[in-house]
Design a protein around this ligand. Structure first.
Ligand SMILES: C[S@@+](CC[C@H](N)C(=O)[O-])C[C@H]1O[C@@H](n2cnc3c(N)ncnc32)[C@H](O)[C@@H]1O
Length: 181
């Protein structure tokens, strides 16, 4: 037993039964979103509030992104981290979306949402799902926060899970590895 050791879990890491705004309302800084948007050209933010939405069109806890159709959409999704599995199920249930890009914590891969919905399918030949482990750590913003303090970087990295439904409908193509220093 570690004597005098105080758990330093970041709030976004802690599991709660039910939603918790302090955990679930962490927003991606605009400049980080811009990098993703340049690549993916999103049409809708499906997990948002009026204050933190990254797209003009968005869903909220009231007009749920889990109920809304994603058909024909280029979906940006940074879901509430207290309950990720329903969002994974939703991504799989929307094959008529163009693309679904979900931003998730990269260090909870032992949990059910990853083991059930991501691990068996990711990066397999012919699979619509690929994952990209991101470099560095994103400093998410609390509600109302504009400036991020020096010690507020969360103790976990992020992973992008990409369901390329549109790509899966195109003729198969081969991607060659390019060594980039
Ligand atoms: C991690 S934050 C993402 C905030 C913002 N979209 C971003 O990426 O910067 C998740 C957001 O989803 C909202 N939310 C919770 N349940 C939802 C639901 N069923 N449908 C849509 N949004 C929901 C929360 O209120 C919160 O604002």
């Amino acid at each position: 037993m570690l004597v005098g050791f105080k758990s330093q879990n970041h709030p976004q890491q802690t599991r709660y039964a039910g939603s918790n705004p302090d955990v679930d309302d962490r927003a991606l800084p605009t400049e980080e979103f811009a990098k993703l948007d340049e690549r993916f050209k999103f049409s809708i933010d499906v997990a948002a509030s009026a204050e933190n939405t990254k797209c003009e069109r968005y869903c909220t806890a009231q007009v749920s992104g889990l109920e809304w159709s994603w058909k024909g959409e280029r979906v940006y999704c940074n879901p509430p981290y207290s309950d990720i599995l329903p969002w994974i199920r939703k991504a799989w249930a929307e094959p008529e979306a163009e693309i679904v890009v979900m931003l998730l914590p990269a260090n909870r891969t032992e949990q059910k949402w990853w083991q059930l919905g991501i691990e068996p399918y990711r990066d397999r030949a012919g699979s619509v799902l690929r994952v990209e482990f991101m470099s560095g750590r994103i400093r998410f913003l609390k509600p109302g926060q504009i400036v991020i303090g020096p010690n507020e970087r969360p103790p976990f990295g992020s992973v992008l899970c990409v369901w390329d439904w549109e790509g899966s409908r195109l003729p198969a193509h081969r991607t060659l590895f390019e060594n980039q220093d």
